[in-house]
Design a protein around this ligand. Structure first.
Ligand code: ATP
Ligand code: FE
Length: 335
């Protein structure tokens, strides 16, 4: 079964062809334009998707070595995401499925981040049900109890900023480029995680909060810069390491609680922030410390990609699922 996946929820236009769960191609056009604005500009994003979508899909088919007539289904991201961006992928997927007269399959982007673990990939094991998935990305921070492919329950989530925003906004305070997550990660490896202490939020249950941390970092940097104008420059690696360490402790504490509450010890992560090397290490350490079995996706399936959309499409196809042509993009689609 050949499935084409199309992803256009934010600022990456992506297309992927999979054959029976194996990736044949995974093409991404990232939009550089947003860097100079320090964040994604929705109107510019949807315009760039319009420019990119035809060549990206064409490339994905070419790299897979098949023609569009050989496709069995078209999967696309219905939401959540930016409406103008989602509309480009949705309309394109609808037209293509209609033209080829094959099933159209809508996919929830956050389910994609979780089910990316079911891509057939050598050296990567699939988490058995039930497992806990922590999705950490630019727009979300959730702990999801996954009973089966399409039977998922959000048991904890952020009440304000997402963890990716915590990285990006901290980076902005430090004068780093956008998105700052990867650079904080790189610098954290060279710094001392215990150099500076930041207050951790007190949020009941399994929910998260990251806006206080960002404010704490802002005040800390302002205070220290007053004393020494070169403070950030001279301590950048230590500051990055300390921020990252604080974030990791917040995430692992909640995962520990979720695992204890549910009795589930299979722990998977997904979403752009799961590319973070410190978080990957902390999870591995949890195997020894808490008896977890952990699942970390291959690097290219962590940030936004269409392979994760294609795999969900494939799994839905196997269940005989398809959607109608009148399906609408949904910016706030829930799991
Ligand atoms: P969502 O999936 O919630 O709609 P999104 O699609 O914008 O949000 P992703 O592409 O999944 O988010 O993730 C992007 C985020 O991941 C950015 O905030 C970026 O800073 C962060 N990120 C990427 N690599 C790393 C890293 N190595 N360490 C920390 N953060 C990272
Ligand atoms: Fe995402």
């Amino acid at each position: 079964i050949y499935v084409l996946g199309i992803e256009s929820s934010c600022d990456d236009t992506a297309a992927s062809v999979i054959y029976n769960g194996k990736i044949l191609s995974n093409v991404i056009a990232s939009q550089k334009i947003h860097e100079e604005y320090g964040g994604v500009v929705p109107e510019l994003a949807s315009r760039a998707h319009q420019q990119n979508i035809v060549p990206v899909v064409h490339n994905a088919l070419k790299k897979a070595g098949i023609t569009k007539e050989e496709l069995n289904a078209i999967a696309f991201t219905r939401g959540p995401g930016l409406m103008g961006s989602l509309l480009v992928g949705t309309s394109f997927a609808k037209s293509l499925a209609y033209g080829l007269n094959i099933p159209l399959i809508d996919v929830n982007h956050m389910q994609g981040h979780i089910l990316a673990h079911y891509i057939e990939e050598e050296g990567f094991e699939k988490p058995p049900f039930p497992f806990l998935a922590m999705t950490i990305s630019g727009g979300h921070t959730q702990i999801v109890k996954v009973n089966h492919y399409f039977d998922m329950e959000v048991i904890g989530e952020t009440i304000d900023d997402a963890v990716g925003e915590a990285f990006d906004k901290s980076g902005k305070i430090l004068g780093l480029g956008y998105p700052a997550g990867p650079e904080i990660d790189k610098r954290a490896k060279l710094g001392n995680p215990k150099a500076f202490q930041f207050t951790k939020p007190k949020v009941d249950g399994l929910n998260f909060s990251f806006s206080g941390l960002k404010t704490g970092i802002l005040y800390f940097v302002q205070r220290e810069t007053k004393k020494n104008p070169k403070f950030v420059e001279e301590n950048l690696n230590d500051i990055c390491a300390s921020i990252q360490y604080t974030i990791i402790v917040i995430l692992v504490d909640k995962l520990k609680k979720a695992s204890k509450d549910t009795g589930i010890k299979h722990i998977a992560i997904g979403g752009g922030v799961s590319a973070n090397s410190g978080i990957r290490q902390a999870l591995k350490d949890g195997e020894q410390k808490f008896g977890w079995t952990t699942y970390v996706p291959k690097f290219e399936y962590t940030t936004d990609n269409a392979a994760m959309i294609a795999i969900v499409g494939y799994l839905k196809y196997l269940e005989g699922y398809s959607t109608e042509q009148n399906v609408m993009a949904s910016a706030r689609l829930k799991i």
